[in-house]
Design a protein around this ligand. Structure first.
Ligand code: GLC
Ligand code: CA
Length: 535
């Protein structure tokens, strides 16, 4: 019998290439720097890596502004380096996912440069969304960019082009068959070079509707789409029900075609995971119908409070919704776009939650540095590089804090990341959180991750469903304990600030902090911790 595909219950380690390891002292991480540290990644016990973009790019949006999707930016190396990275990963038993960015190109891409020259009405402009100005000179509609400011920029001859993100990221027109043809070429290119799959950037954004209509509340919508803006849930709900540029039916046609392309590689089991911020949550399941993509990110845990009923709701919902399309959920506590989990909920809590999700069915994504328990870097405004910081005149600080480079070794910043000046400063206060220090400390976050991932492999791959044992439906009264059983493993998290006694059979396998004592025949779970028991 064929075993289940590798990606079903994988752990996938996200590397932000610019921040991982700098091999040539220019202050920026690069592909050879990743290759030379893949053993570290393998020893962590993950199954695959996902590389954020390393393609030719003016780097206005951390490489998510792609000027040539089939080449490597010189800051990261060259195609030969990409090949070496992939081959080395495979030697070590790691799969490789590349990032593909189909919503937009960089304004430096030859297509956009040609569109500027060719002028209105041309075939070159038809690959993007170019329209004439309104009669009063204003843009074709009132949409607001996700990075702030208008989502239209005017060119010399008076036409405007659409960009949901930075003005340097013109949106592609997916009604134009040339666009899909070019992306299929890019998918083949990287699969032929050896990658095992893709993370699809802004997967929900490709198809736009009503491009010439004003939105009734563009500012409200823009706030509703921002994770850092609090809003009355009903208002947010109603604004997000229908966004003219997100989650339109047409995107699914694209992924059906891509699925055929992936499947044409047969045994290589090429997979793809969608970055799709959609609403209501049930819509995410459409991306993972059997003839579409393999996984869709579940972003709920990036924002969920450390609260038993909140966590129960988002976890239970994700498992159940995915089950309706015969898919397994995905879990992520951090990524390059959101505050690091240790800063957001606290470091003990972050360790506990990681251990809690490692036991769940489905795949888990780990953002490089998360295993060390890194917080967000503290940055001065003068250090910042995120376009959202500039486009909102500093009102939004942006995502640089999560992108501060990895501290590797030594006592003094930048801790072996680079022999030069790192592109974002690393705080001296990280001296106890280097890979070297944590490797030598049995109580470190790194050790916890390694232990937990090894135990997950040993006891939990393909163990089927979970059974909640302590949850809002199982006597949870005070938000203290949340627990489930899966196979022979019981996973118990104490969310409170006091140790909690609980009835659990079996032998302790791992605890995220402190020690588990026995008292009156019960186990005492330390404050803000999670433990696994085997029976
Ligand atoms: C995705 C990426 C983010 C990028 C944006 C535009 O959300 O994760 O980093 O800025 O797309 O490409
Ligand atoms: Ca470098």
């Amino acid at each position: 019998m064929k075993s289940s595909p590798w990606w079903k219950e994988a752990t996938i380690y996200q590397i932000y290439p610019r921040s991982f390891f700098d091999s040539n002292g220019d202050g920026e991480g690069d592909l050879p720097g990743i290759t030379s540290n893949l053993e570290y990644v393998q020893q962590l016990g993950v199954d695959a890596i996902w590389l954020s973009p390393f393609y030719t790019s003016p780097n206005k949006d951390g490489g998510y502004d792609v000027a040539d999707p089939r080449d490597v930016d010189p800051r990261f190396g060259d195609l030969e380096d990409a090949k070496k990275l992939i081959d080395r990963a495979h030697q070590l038993g790691l799969r490789v996912l590349a990032d593909i960015v189909p919503n937009h190109f960089s304004d430096q891409h030859i297509w956009f440069q040609a569109a500027l020259k060719a002028g209105r009405g041309s075939a070159e402009r038809a690959r993007f969304h170019f329209y004439d100005a309104n009669s009063d000179g204003t843009p074709p509609n009132n949409w607001i960019s996700l990075f702030g400011g208008p989502s239209w920029t005017q060119v010399e001859d008076g036409q405007y082009y659409l960009h949901l993100f930075d003005s340097s990221q013109p949106d592609l027109n997916w009604d134009n068959p040339e666009v899909n043809a070019d992306f299929e070429k890019t998918l083949h290119f990287w699969i032929d070079l050896g990658v095992d799959g893709f993370r699809i950037d802004v997967a929900h954004g490709l198809v736009k509707e009503d491009v010439l209509k004003n939105h009734p509340d563009p500012q409200g919508l823009s706030n509703a789409l921002r994770l850092d803006v609090d809003m009355d849930p009903e208002k947010r709900n109603s604004l997000l029900q229908s966004v003219p540029y997100f989650d339109r039916q047409g995107v699914h046609e694209i992924y059906r075609k891509w699925r055929l392309l992936f499947d044409s590689y047969g045994d290589r089991e090429i997979m793809a995971v969608a970055e799709a911020w959609v609403h209501p949550p049930v819509n995410a399941t459409r991306y993972v119908r059997p003839d579409e993509l393999h996984q869709v990110f579940n972003f709920d845990l990036l924002t969920a409070d450390f609260d038993a009923s909140v966590l129960y709701d988002v976890i239970d919902r994700s498992i159940n919704l995915n089950a309706t399309v015969n898919a397994l959920p995905t879990w992520a506590l951090s990524n390059h776009d959101s505050p690091r989990v240790a800063s957001r909920i606290g470091s003990d809590q972050a360790r506990a939650l990681a251990l809690f999700v490692f036991g769940l069915p489905g795949s888990t994504y780990i953002f490089a540095g998360q295993e060390l328990g890194l917080p967000d870097g503290e940055l001065a405004d003068s250090d910042r590089q995120d376009p959202s910081f500039f486009r909102t005149n500093g009102e939004i600080k942006g995502r640089d804090g999560a992108r501060v480079p990895i501290p590797w070794n030594g006592e003094i910043a930048p801790f072996g990341f680079s022999t030069g000046k790192p592109w974002l400063p690393i705080s001296q206060s990280w001296s106890e959180m280097t890979v070297e220090k944590e490797s030598n400390d049995a109580k470190s976050s790194l050790h916890l991750y390694k232990n937990a991932l090894a135990l997950r492999r040993e006891h939990l791959s393909s163990q089927g469903e979970i059974e909640w044992t302590e949850s809002p439906h199982h006597g949870l009264k005070s938000n203290e304990l949340l627990s489930y059983k899966r196979g022979a493993i019981s996973v118990i998290m104490n969310l409170s600030n006091e140790p909690q006694e609980c009835d659990v059979a079996g032998k302790l396998l791992v605890v995220s902090a402190g020690t588990v004592d026995a008292h009156n025949g019960k186990k005492v779970i330390p404050a803000r911790s999670c433990a696994w028991f085997i029976s």
